[in-house]
Unconditional design. Structure first.
Length: 331
């Protein structure tokens, strides 16, 4: 009778042991520390022969929960210096290892094509643009480079003013007009920036942002040769900004192309600070794409806020159409 009573218990114990050995479906994450199962009663009884000193030594060697070095390894890791720099530059967390944003995947259905264009742009950048930007920063003094940046920023005022009016922001357009007139006169053609000293806010708007404020928020990512990161919405924005470009109204090709080349070199020199981050990125394409989309979304969301709630404009706008040597189709 004892054997008959014991046999079902043994079968049940074997079944439970087999179930415990299988991983449960939809189980907790691996970062959750699972406490070891209690020893069976028979094992407990057999520990009578174990000295108490050995048990105390074993307990002392076991990791304590309060010891940070012995804490279980979790799925997340501490941010690296590059990720901290990324967050400081772009105002948000760095993309994950597979190239997606922490809050959602970027809309990039043309990724194979975009990666090929990105590789082409990188070849042009490393062979031409970056060496010119390095030479420019080494030869031209800082105050002169600041004057060049101010000059081209001032030339963007007609594009900014027009798009602010199209977005229904006449107060901002009035401020931008006053800034343009002040810098064009007191600032000697925009080489100096007295408007900033007068606390007139600097704004940068383009037609791509205007289309975003009109409701075209989500648009697929595309990288253009030479122009770099864009969305389909911003490609249409180029066509809207083209007639407003002061540089493109210059009929003399040598002067126009010279100014456009200087503007490109000036813009590229301002990006030298992030070259190390790009070179050391696991997936440089994903880094550039996600950072650009995050910045672009911030610019559009910032336009939708009220004047007093609006933050500072991001100075690193996309490459404007007036900076790229293109034929004057209007002439």
């Amino acid at each position: 009778m004892n054997v008959i009573r014991t046999l079902p218990l043994l079968v049940l114990a074997l079944a439970l042991s087999a179930c415990a050995g299988k991983p449960a479906r939809d189980s907790a994450p691996v970062s959750v520390e699972v406490a070891p199962a209690a020893a069976p009663a028979a094992d407990v009884a057999s520990t009578d022969a174990v000295p108490a000193e050995a048990v105390a030594d074993t307990a002392a060697q076991a990791p304590q929960a309060s010891d940070p070095a012995a804490a279980p390894v979790t799925g997340g890791t501490a941010p690296t210096n590059a990720e901290d720099d990324f967050a400081a530059l772009y105002g948000g967390p760095a993309p994950t290892a597979d190239g997606t944003e922490p809050t959602g995947a970027p809309y990039d259905p043309w990724e194979p094509f975009n990666r090929r264009v990105h590789s082409f742009n990188n070849v042009v950048d490393r062979a031409v643009a970056r060496p010119l930007a390095v030479a420019y920063t080494n030869v031209v003094p800082r105050f002169a480079r600041t004057g060049v940046s101010n000059f081209f920023s001032n030339l963007r005022a007609p594009v900014t003013i027009t798009n602010q009016l199209l977005q229904g922001r006449p107060d901002d357009a009035w401020d931008s007009l006053g800034r343009f007139l002040m810098n064009s006169t007191l600032g000697i053609g925009g080489l100096f920036d007295p408007a900033s000293k007068a606390m007139v806010p600097r704004r940068k708007e383009d037609f791509g942002q205007t289309l975003g404020t009109w409701g075209w928020r989500r648009s697929r990512y595309v990288e253009l040769p030479f122009f770099g990161p864009r969305t389909v919405r911003d490609v249409f924005g180029l066509a809207g900004d083209m007639p407003l470009s002061p540089i493109r109204t210059i009929e003399e090709d040598k002067i126009r192309i010279g100014l456009q080349g200087l503007q490109l070199v000036d813009m590229r020199s301002q990006l030298l600070a992030v070259d190390d981050m790009r070179d050391n990125a696991v997936d440089e394409y994903s880094l550039v794409r996600d950072a650009w989309l995050q910045r672009r979304n911030y610019q559009i969301e910032n336009d939708l806020r009220g004047k007093h709630a609006r933050g500072k404009d991001d100075p690193d706008a996309p490459i404007p159409v007036d900076a790229m040597p293109m034929p004057n189709w209007g002439n």
